[in-house]
Design a protein around this ligand. Structure first.
Ligand code: ADP
Ligand code: MG
Length: 255
């Protein structure tokens, strides 16, 4: 596993439209090397499009994306993706392939043939037992499947991890557990992580920095502490009000 810190990510005036819909509206953003950033916002606000602009699953209409200062358009897209782990929104495992085959797919594309040892390492990394390797995805729990998704994303030892609502379909306990596991992995591997979530409480508890998107723009950008103090602006406060009220209500039960 790499000892050095993951790369910085920079977006400069990135725009992307789908017909009349402006999914990204001149987004400029700098993500520091080694930081864990959460991207929060309502459905349709442009979160997935922003992630895909970074690993070139979509090409922006204008603007530029740089990883450690190098424009992602400089080389072939598949090489960019090898250095950027990507955990898909919803399931994203190939149902007709074993867990081992799913995890190894990026390695195989990169030309590695002997992947068995690496699969064992990757399963251990995400706290799954080795015997899971021979199972099919539908023989795993939702939480286990998402751990496999994370293992697959980390297979080529990327410095950067993009996650699109990775815990969306999970129950709250599994979600909490996986959130902590991913944060621990981020710290241990010194990754640069950008995680999309629609859950503000999750963002506040896991990330170093929270971005709020609305209508293709970043409308708030603050640390969890600043947001909790009410310093993030109106859009952020609208999202934060519910978890804060719930936290207060739970605290009040104790007295
Ligand atoms: P989010 O991930 O925040 O829910 P998306 O980035 O997926 O939002 O989408 C932003 C907007 O762009 C939405 O209005 C969505 O319908 C639209 N959009 C995204 N991808 C496409 C596409 N491939 N074709 C047409 N419209 C799209
Ligand atoms: Mg999305």
């Amino acid at each position: 596993m790499p000892a050095q810190t993951g790369p910085s990510i920079a977006l400069q005036g990135v725009s992307k439209s789908f017909g009349a819909i402006r999914a990204l509206d001149s987004v400029s953003l700098e993500i520091a090397a080694g930081s864990f950033v959460a991207l929060v916002g309502q459905s349709g606000s442009g979160k997935s499009t922003l992630l895909k602009a970074i690993n070139r699953l979509i090409e922006p209409d204008s603007g530029a994306v740089a990883i450690d200062g190098a424009d992602v358009r400089a080389g072939p897209a598949h090489l960019v993706r090898r250095h950027i782990g990507y955990v898909f929104q919803s399931i994203g495992l190939f149902p007709h392939m074993t867990v081992a085959e799913n995890i190894a797919i990026g390695l195989r594309i990169a030309g590695e043939r002997d992947t068995a040892g690496r699969v064992v390492e990757l399963l251990a990394l995400v706290d799954l037992p080795g015997d899971v390797a021979t199972r099919m995805p539908d023989q795993l729990s939702g939480g286990q499947r998402q751990r496999v998704g994370v293992a697959r994303a980390l297979a080529t030892q990327p410095g950067c991890l993009l996650m699109d609502e990775p815990f969306g379909a999970l129950d709250p306990v599994t979600r909490d557990e996986l959130g902590r596991a991913v944060r621990a992995l981020h710290d241990r591997l010194r990754l640069t992580t950008l995680m999309v979530t629609h859950d503000m409480a999750e963002a506040l508890l896991i990330a170093d920095r929270v971005l709020v998107m609305q209508g293709g723009r970043i409308v708030a950008d603050a640390t969890p502490a600043a947001l909790a103090r009410g310093e993030g602006g109106a859009e952020a406060q609208a999202l934060i009000a519910v978890p804060m009220r719930q936290a207060d209500a739970l605290e009040a039960l104790k007295v």
